[in-house]
Design a protein around this ligand. Structure first.
Ligand SMILES: *[C@@H]1O[C@H](CO)[C@@H](O)[C@H](O)[C@H]1NC(C)=O
Ligand SMILES: *[C@@H]1O[C@H](CO)[C@@H](O)[C@H](O)[C@H]1NC(C)=O
Ligand SMILES: *[C@@H]1O[C@H](CO)[C@@H](O)[C@H](O)[C@H]1NC(C)=O
Ligand SMILES: *[C@@H]1O[C@H](CO)[C@@H](O)[C@H](O)[C@H]1NC(C)=O
Ligand SMILES: *[C@@H]1O[C@H](CO)[C@@H](O)[C@H](O)[C@H]1NC(C)=O
Ligand SMILES: *[C@@H]1O[C@H](CO)[C@@H](O)[C@H](O)[C@H]1NC(C)=O
Ligand SMILES: *[C@@H]1O[C@H](CO)[C@@H](O)[C@H](O)[C@H]1NC(C)=O
Ligand SMILES: *[C@@H]1O[C@H](CO)[C@@H](O)[C@H](O)[C@H]1NC(C)=O
Ligand SMILES: *[C@@H]1O[C@H](CO)[C@@H](O)[C@H](O)[C@H]1NC(C)=O
Ligand SMILES: [Cu+2]
Length: 530
């Protein structure tokens, strides 16, 4: 057990040398149209964009203005929260959930630069409770205009389905599935129009703000050059007709508009890795200037060619993004091996009564209701050396500055389908070391797939067999291995961090673990607000 004598209210004014800018935002969380289904930030959808420079101090007052007993937290997805793990926005883990009428103030340093998101981390609220968090780096290499629309967020919509009833069904006995989303939305709209000038190069920021869907996106006749992945610079990947954006992932891409006075092109976002509802694709328009008339019949426009699952798998397994910066290269390890390897076997099982369904990691499920009776957040307990409330079956302990590999082993769900899981790690970036089909073999799968994989914070664990579109599915395959992904990270950020599936339903059904990292060096800095 560790005891810490640091004063809890350590006020730090200067984080690094030089003048620090502070930016304050007021977020009021309330239901749209007084419907408990749709929870919005400041009545906007998507929520207001936070835009600051790297290393600035961001202050966000989160006010719970709901008229029910629903509690909220906001997570700043992509922020490392170095020295401020208590600002990570996970209920019962980094803070108590914010009750009705109360305000919680986040104060953190914007780091690293890039394209990020903020979203609710409570229940399925994030279906509508999200917005862009853009951290500019004055030294970023591109000097081109950004799309005047601002960041472009993809999300899914369940028309006529109440979110609270969805939540009840997911952890109820019997289990009741919410159904697939009825539509994808682009920036909250079913008919998004992006107006750009002809003959220029633009930067578009694409946000995977979906709760369930993995999206492929493209714009007809406008190939994309991917320059940034989850906020990190990558070796530019040119001529991408479409790109895959899983829940929690972000991309910055460049496109060139053609030298023509008028032009109207279709853009399209479609669902991959799940059996999508009919017409759930979202078709938007790119037009050159206001002078370009949008045709009355949109379906007369040619659609972009979007990769299917086979092509997406091929890309991720063999051609994926690479780190650009020399100081962001993956360490090779000792003859390929890390200091520590963790294998997480993800399974789906019935609850003891045989009617409910949960997701498990190494046989332990972690739905947040397990923590509902806590009166202090687990991180605060750890800070005070109190480990008695820790859910030890879902905690993985990391030492100081270790090279850690984590393998996520996918298995076939109860219905015989192997799903894909977009896994997100709080407090970290990691390298995707390797991907594989079927079962991970620690003795053989030692070498990375490629040199210099990209750093990111949200990856896909693919279904490499028994996926929904493959012919040989059967419930008798339940539990069989069906693909794995290995990430590599350095444990250099003391804290208690969630590592979880970013599919809202899967996380709600327990697909979460906690990384208890270098608690010897845990500090919680409270940065000054002015
Ligand atoms: C936030 O709300 C407080 C209290 O209502 C107000 O004084 C302050 O000016 C607001 N700040 C911003 C940035 O809107
Ligand atoms: C919103 O819903 C609450 C609870 O159902 C009700 O008390 C209140 O009158 C409603 N407000 C409006 C403006 O409809
Ligand atoms: C770009 O991709 C398209 C379609 O995949 C291909 O036909 C074309 O040759 C590529 N262009 C370049 C310059 O690589
Ligand atoms: C999908 O769109 C087509 C064409 O607009 C329409 O005929 C069909 O009914 C739609 N299907 C659903 C399930 O909405
Ligand atoms: C719209 O265009 C499509 C493709 O050109 C055509 O099949 C369809 O009949 C048109 N719909 C209307 C309402 O004109
Ligand atoms: C994807 O498209 C290719 C042709 O480009 C085809 O061979 C393959 O079967 C398709 N895969 C799926 C899952 O539809
Ligand atoms: C999970 O439990 C099963 C049987 O109860 C056991 O065979 C298996 O080894 C366990 N898996 C892990 C990763 O602990
Ligand atoms: C929380 O407390 C209530 C009331 O004492 C109890 O019924 C429930 O089982 C507890 N929940 C957990 C997860 O411990
Ligand atoms: C059936 O599943 C197995 C196990 O993943 C796979 O190796 C095989 O190719 C599949 N067969 C067909 C016809 O898809
Ligand atoms: Cu999942």
């Amino acid at each position: 057990m560790h005891y810490f004598l640091f004063p809890l209210l350590l006020l730090v004014n200067k984080v690094s040398s030089g003048y620090i800018n502070r930016h304050t935002y007021n977020f009021t969380l309330a239901y749209a149209d007084n419907s408990t289904s749709v929870l919005l930030v400041n009545s906007q959808f998507p929520g207001p964009t936070i835009r600051v420079n790297v290393n600035d101090i961001v202050i966000v007052h989160i006010h719970n203005a709901l008229h029910t007993m629903e509690e909220v937290t906001i997570h700043f997805h992509g922020m490392l929260q170095r020295q401020t793990p208590q600002m990570d926005g996970v209920g019962f883990v980094s803070q108590m959930p914010i009750p009705r009428g109360q305000t919680f103030t986040h104060v953190f340093q914007a780091y690293p630069a890039g394209t990020h998101i903020y979203h609710s981390h409570a229940g399925l609220q994030a279906v509508t409770t999200f917005g862009a968090l853009i951290v500019d780096d004055p030294e970023r290499p591109w000097e081109i205009p950004e799309a005047p629309s601002g960041p472009i967020a993809f999300s899914d919509e369940w028309k006529g389905v109440d979110r609270l009833i969805q939540e009840q069904g997911l952890i109820g006995s019997p289990f009741k599935w919410e159904g697939e989303p009825s539509h994808l939305l682009i920036n909250g709209q079913k008919s998004f129009v992006l107006t750009l000038d002809p003959g220029r190069t633009y930067l578009l920021r694409l946000l995977g703000a979906t709760s369930l869907s993995t999206v492929v996106f493209g714009i007809a006749q406008h190939p994309m050059t991917v320059v940034e992945v989850d906020g990190k610079l990558v070796v530019p990947k040119r001529n991408m007709t479409s790109i895959e954006i899983a829940s929690g992932q972000r991309y910055a891409v460049m496109i060139e508009t053609k030298n023509e006075y008028t032009g109207v092109y279709a853009m399209q976002a479609s669902i991959r890795w799940r059996l999508a509802a009919a017409n759930s694709s979202c078709i938007g328009i790119l037009r050159y200037g206001l002078q370009s008339a949008i045709p009355a019949n949109i379906s007369s426009l040619a659609l972009p060619s979007l990769s299917n699952e086979t092509e997406l798998l091929l890309f991720s397994f063999s051609q994926r993004y690479q780190s650009l910066l020399p100081d962001e290269k993956m360490p090779p390890g000792d003859q390929g091996r890390p200091d520590m390897e963790i294998i997480l076997v993800a399974t789906q099982e019935y609850t003891a009564d045989g009617k409910g369904i949960r997701w498990l990691s190494n046989n332990a499920t972690f739905d947040m209701h397990r923590l509902q009776n806590l009166s202090t957040p687990l991180l605060m307990d750890l800070y005070h050396g109190n480990e008695e409330n820790l859910p030890n079956d879902v905690i993985y302990t990391l030492g100081s500055n270790q090279l850690v590999d984590i393998v996520i082993q996918n298995t076939v769900a109860l219905n015989g389908v192997c799903e894909s899981h977009p896994m997100h790690m709080h407090g970290h970036k990691f390298w995707i070391h390797s991907y594989g089909t079927d079962l991970y073999d620690p003795a053989r799968n030692i070498l990375p797939d490629r040199r210099d994989p990209g750093l990111r914070d949200s990856l896909m664990v693919y279904a490499s067999s028994y996926a929904y579109y493959m012919p040989n599915r059967s419930v008798s395959n339940h539990g069989k291995p069906c693909g794995w992904t290995k990430l590599r990270m350095i444990s250099n950020n003391p804290g208690l961090w969630m590592f979880h599936c970013h599919i809202g339903a899967h996380s709600f059904m327990g697909m979460n673990v906690l990384l208890k990292e270098d608690i010897e060096h845990l500090s919680m800095t409270y940065l000054q607000q002015n």
